[in-house]
Design a protein around this ligand. Structure first.
Ligand SMILES: [Zn+2]
Length: 228
């Protein structure tokens, strides 16, 4: 239970990061406020999950809707902490950090159709630097394979994948085996296609990161059951 609560608090902060980063607002100041009426939130309105439920998904000042995404975001982070931190090892923390940093990227891509490079570079640096002392297996040749595949894809299907996605997959490939890489691309493509079929008319450009996120989450959960 404690792990879950801890996770929702992190989730609440990361949700704020995902809202402010693309708009170039500082994540430290000002304190949380309603995006519609700009009223700063009182401590009671900042309790993750509980506040949203108590206020029935509305701002207490102007009554504007708090998106369901915010709630799901906090819920997911709570669940992720509960799942990945069954044992408090540095390795588990590494997996948790990895998946939550990607969640922020995925949500920003979903909302704004951009890969937030500053967040990506910052978190990637931490992930890579931490992986070395933790003895997490690193496949140094994989990014090269990804780049070759990307160049090939650019010739066959120009503009099918953006440069931002290439950076992300290239970086992840450092930590994924060949089989896991194929699994990642398979799950991401499959869920992406399913999504595209259901939302045919609404969107022309598809964000790819949310689907890559689903793939990565699946792989990490799979590792958890098979390898730890
Ligand atoms: Zn408001």
């Amino acid at each position: 239970m404690l792990r879950f609560i801890f996770g929702t608090i992190i989730g609440s902060f990361l949700c704020l990061v995902s809202q402010r980063l693309p708009q170039k607002i500082s994540v430290a100041r000002p304190a949380s406020y309603c995006f519609d009426c700009q009223t700063p939130l009182k401590p009671l309105e900042m309790i993750p999950i509980v506040s949203i439920l108590r206020q029935k998904f509305r701002c207490r000042h102007c009554g504007s809707k708090i998106p369901l995404e915010t709630f799901l975001f906090e819920l997911f982070c709570g669940g992720a902490c509960w799942f990945f931190l069954t044992e408090y090892t540095f390795e588990n923390c590494w997996y948790l950090f990895f998946i939550l940093s990607v969640l922020v990227l995925a949500v920003i891509d979903y909302r704004y159709l951009i890969v937030e490079m500053r967040w990506f570079i910052l978190t990637s640096g931490v992930i890579l630097l931490a992986a070395i002392p933790l003895n997490i297996q690193i496949y140094w040749a994989h990014p090269l394979v990804i780049v070759v595949c990307f160049l090939f894809l650019q010739i066959v299907l120009p503009k099918s994948i953006g440069l931002g996605d290439l950076w992300v997959v290239g970086f992840w490939s450092l930590f994924l085996s060949g089989f896991e890489l194929l699994l990642l691309l398979f799950i991401a493509s499959l869920t992406g296609i399913i999504y595209a079929v259901y939302h045919k008319k609404r969107q022309k450009v598809l964000p790819f990161l949310p689907f890559l996120f689903i793939g990565l989450l699946f792989i990490f959960v799979r590792r958890y059951f098979f390898q730890f």
